[in-house]
Ligand binder design. Structure first.
Ligand SMILES: [Zn+2]
Length: 72
C-alpha cells in the first residue's frame, strides 16, 4: 500500500537560491561577476558576503569599520 504524499518542503533551498547582496539585500545574478568578501563571524566561522555591486561592497566595508570602532 503506497500512499502518495507530497514531498516535504526542501530545507536546503539555500544552496540553490541566488545570493543576495549583504548590503542592500538585492538578488544577485550568479551568472554575472559580483564582489564577495569573507569575514569571520563572532564564532570565528568564515562567512561569505556577496554584493550586487562594488558600491555596495564598499559601503558594507565602511559600515564594518564603523562597527569595529564603536565596539572599542
Ligand atoms: Zn547591493
Amino acid at each position: 500500500m503506497n500512499e502518495r504524499t507530497a514531498p516535504p518542503q526542501s530545507e536546503d533551498r539555500e544552496s540553490t537560491e541566488p545570493p543576495h547582496c549583504a548590503c542592500c539585500a538585492d538578488a544577485i545574478d550568479p551568472s554575472e561577476w559580483y564582489p564577495i568578501r569573507c569575514r569571520p563571524d563572532d564564532d570565528d566561522e568564515f562567512q561569505i558576503h556577496a554584493f550586487c555591486s562594488e558600491a555596495c561592497c564598499d559601503r558594507w566595508e565602511q559600515s564594518e569599520i564603523t562597527d569595529e570602532t564603536e565596539r572599542q
